[in-house]
Design a protein around this ligand. Structure first.
Ligand code: IMP
Ligand code: MG
Length: 180
């Protein structure tokens, strides 16, 4: 795997420290709110597992699975493959996501969950790639781990064709890998 990585963008230590900081913020803001933490599969799983242990308030874990992305290009159309199982009406909900890129996926998830009338709905994304944002997406994640440059990144849950998710750090994939 390492040979396909052009540059390490975020080390394990950097990710760990940022998650600890985000955890402190969420712990403070969600004290006594009994939140539901919704992870968007599958890219979020590694971040989710680390993040949830730093949210030190009573909370419930839930997951959504949407489908939208093939290789490095968004297909534009999205479907809910698996919906949340909790009844989130009147609940404080935080969406955890791996990356906010064009913003299309999170906008879709956000709209979908808003229909269920939560008491509040916020987004916590590990990565934000502002350069590629769809201008039609007005959504802004309240909690962001890191801003990343306009490059295709993998590792720590993020994939290319379902590979590299198990790399413990985040790196830029060599363009030759997806151009061949
Ligand atoms: P968006 O809808 O364009 O914001 O993209 C969201 C989804 O695309 C993310 O949840 C990722 O699964 C995938 N994605 C976007 N950029 C990258 C990247 O640089 N590496 C890996 N996956 C990405
Ligand atoms: Mg993906």
């Amino acid at each position: 795997m390492e040979k396909d990585i052009q540059e390490v963008l975020l080390t394990e230590a950097q990710i760990r420290e940022r998650i600890r900081q985000l955890g402190e913020v969420l712990t403070e803001e969600y004290a006594d709110k009994n939140p539901v933490i919704v992870g968007v599969m599958k890219g979020v799983v590694i971040f989710y597992a680390d993040m949830i242990r730093h949210i030190k308030v009573p909370c419930q874990m839930d997951f959504m699975w949407i489908s939208s992305y093939e290789g490095t290009n968004s297909t534009g159309s999205m479907i809910v493959k698996r919906d949340v199982s909790a009844d989130i009406k009147g609940r404080h909900v935080v969406i955890l996501e791996d990356i906010f890129d064009t913003g299309n996926s999170l906008q879709f998830v956000y709209n979908h969950l808003m229909e269920k009338e939560p008491a509040s709905l916020e987004i916590c994304t590990l990565l934000d790639k502002p350069s590629r944002r769809n201008p039609a997406v007005t959504l802004k994640p309240k909690y962001v781990g890191f801003q990343v440059p306009n490059a295709f990144v993998v590792g720590y849950g993020l994939d290319y064709n379902e590979y590299y998710r198990n790399m413990p750090y985040i790196g830029v994939l060599r363009p030759e890998v997806y151009e061949k």
